[in-house]
Design a binder for this molecule. Structure first.
Ligand code: FMN
Length: 358
């Protein structure tokens, strides 16, 4: 399934080493002001080739809008946006058809598609497919902005380095975008970058956690049961390659809390009903409470590492020591920050359109 959404739908297309990757977006309200440079800025945040924390693959990721935006406004028709793949080197990938990489999609994809899939650069399982999510999400965030809804994703953990201080969101909005790892605190970000560099030196990789906050949502966004904010947001987040966990508000910590600790007491602030704490992560009964929606996404360490690993030859069923060559992100997290943020925007817009908020 390469399509996501009900009223606001993103369909992603392309493969990592084919001619292009991109998205077809349906449901963007006609007349919405959509700046291509805002979409480009989000793609730039995701693009590889930025120093030691990302893959050395050099892609300019230049956005081409094929249809759906005219004179800076959505036409109401499908918006098609793509980026060309320019820096492809597929030489390493044939070997993985016979000797699958541990931790990557090679083995199940080969069995499912009988070897007919485009395996070059990971094909449709590549992190590069998330460029389409960024295109669709960066359109959605511009529509949401007009309704006073904004989103901020930030890296709060890389390997063993954890951001312990609470950086005000107004500050984080600026600092995250200038940090190589997407961390709101400069000193912690430096240690995170060091953690990635050390893993890379050791021919290894690290994972991490991205926190996403959605501010300014009106009360009541979300649909009953299977359309709850958690259900739909988690489905989107788990579609991002490399994601291993998603938790809302207090998440797994809630299991060890008492009801008296976990319940967020209601209060009135400036005439608005708020809660004094936000263990609910801004969601009750699957609907937004008006408090910030808060969730965290855990990424595994990148599977493609340069140190020798145990695999098998799928033809002669013998063990093989696999040495992966090619260009890979030593940590997925820094490049996934704009992916989480923008794909979350697409989910929010879809739910707001379903709920009649436009
Ligand atoms: C932005 C981004 C970049 C990624 N870069 C790489 C990479 O360079 N090497 C790699 O092995 N996996 C990378 N991944 C993760 C793989 O695509 C993913 O682990 C693989 O498809 C298997 O899927 P799974 O981890 O969800 O099971 C990346 C993921 C994202 C979101």
């Amino acid at each position: 399934m390469n399509e996501f959404g009900t009223r606001y739908r993103i369909g992603i297309f392309g493969t990592s080493h084919g001619p292009c990757v991109g998205a077809k977006v349906e449901g963007c309200p006609a007349g919405s002001r959509i700046s291509e440079s805002v979409i480009q800025a989000e793609l730039d945040r995701r693009s590889p080739g930025k120093g030691t924390v990302t893959s050395p693959r050099r892609e300019r990721d230049r956005l081409e809008i094929i249809s759906g935006i005219r004179n800076g406004k959505a036409t109401g028709g499908p918006i098609v946006g793509l980026i060309r793949n320019l820096d492809t080197d597929s030489s390493a990938y044939d070997a993985f058809l016979r000797v699958p990489r541990p931790g990557h999609a090679d083995l199940p994809a080969m069995v499912k598609y009988g070897g007919h899939h485009d395996h070059r650069g990971g094909g449709q399982f590549s992190g590069r497919m998330t460029a389409g999510l960024v295109i669709g999400g960066a359109i959605a965030r511009q529509v949401l902005e007009k309704k006073g809804v904004s989103l901020l994703a930030q890296t709060v953990q890389i390997g063993g380095v954890i951001l312990r201080k609470e950086v005000p969101l107004s500050v984080a909005e600026r600092t995250v975008r200038t940090s190589a790892v997407g961390c709101a605190d400069r000193a912690t970000g430096d240690r995170m970058a060091q953690e990635i560099a050390e893993a890379h030196e050791a021919k290894d990789s690290v994972g991490g956690v991205i926190r996403c906050s959605i501010i300014g949502l009106p009360v009541g966004v979300g649909e009953p049961f299977f359309g709850s904010i958690e259900s739909v947001m988690a489905a989107m987040m788990f579609s991002i390659p490399g994601v291993k966990g998603v938790e809302f508000g207090s998440g797994f910590r809630a299991a060890a809390m008492k009801g008296s600790e976990h319940n967020d007491p209601f209060a009135v602030k400036d005439g608005r009903i708020v809660t004094k704490t936000n263990n609910a992560g801004g969601i009750l009964g699957g609907l937004s409470t008006g408090m910030p929606v808060e969730f965290r996404v855990a990424f595994k360490p990148t599977s493609s590492i340069a140190r020798p690993q145990l695999s098998v030859d799928v033809i002669d069923k013998k063990p093989v020591e696999l040495q992966i060559k090619g260009r890979h992100d030593p940590c997925i997290v820094p490049r996934a920050v704009p992916v989480v943020e923008n794909s979350a925007a697409a989910v929010v817009l879809d739910l707001m359109l379903q709920g009649g908020f436009f």
